[in-house]
Design a binder for this molecule. Sequence first.
Ligand code: NAD
Length: 293
Amino acid sequence: MTARIIDGKAVARHLRAEYASRVERLKSQHGVQPGIAVILVGDNPASQVYVRNKIRACQETGIHSELHQMSADTPETELLARIDSLNADPKVHGILVQLPLPPHIVVPHVLERIAVEKDVDGFHLYNVGGLVTGNTVFPPCTPYGVQKLLEYEKVEIAGRNVVVVGASNIVGKPMALMLMQQDATVCICHKLTRDLGQFTMLADILVVAAGVPELIVPQMVKTGVVVIDVGINRLPDGRLVGDVDFEGVRKKASLISPVPGGVGPMTITMLLHNTLISAERSLGITPKDAPTA
Ligand code: NAD
């Protein structure tokens, strides 16, 4: 068996075109342009690249974006005051504070200051809790992107064995909760899991988000598995790879996502989606593809 390769770029392109036309409709029919405010504290080079990419994607989709650049020594109180004013700004439907933050700022203070209905990153405790009960306002973008890819590829979730490798708050844990919500049987593995292979071998769907190149090799998966590789690793020779031995595992899998070009393009796409549905909700429109309430 050789797996079909999921084209995350094509799925993202398709979804972004649909979102762009919905943005256009909001502008022409309601005079409202969806808007996002991105707050960047300090000058972390990786964060600057991420923020630039997010802003470019917003521009391409017709979403208004504004960058709030604050110096690394900004007091927490000043950052919270900026969030308060954006919470009250009707032009802003989504607020994103780029992580990591300088060490003197307490991250939960910041994430919980963002109004729940503008928390397009999905990191507010209310949204995190909503993942447990199935009534989240905004799902976090990376696992939401994985969910959309599985949906797009018509992968059946209910009743299947899903193994999530990686248990971070931003990818692994929310991913597991979202798939549990869809009636999968879910197992979460992490760096202290003993004999990872005995768990991954059971997976009908394997989602890997560990940040370890070639963590998953063919002997660890069963024939026909669906593999979603979230990992992004830069090798010493400059190549970008995921967490899965792509060439080896694709010979056993039925469907596999590559790195780059798999999950990556979906993450920003879901940020655009969350911002769009926030604007639609602000007008009393129930978006057809809003996360389940
Ligand atoms: P993290 O470092 O916060 O968490 C990594 C998780 O993997 C932890 O739970 C850890 O216990 C587990 N882990 C580490 N080594 C392991 C091992 N040998 N076996 C099993 N589990 C192991 O990372 P994160 O923020 O969740 O990101 C994970 C990966 O996904 C990274 O490569 C990151 O770059 C990538 N990522 C990609 C996107 C995207 O848009 N495609 C978004 C976020 C993160």
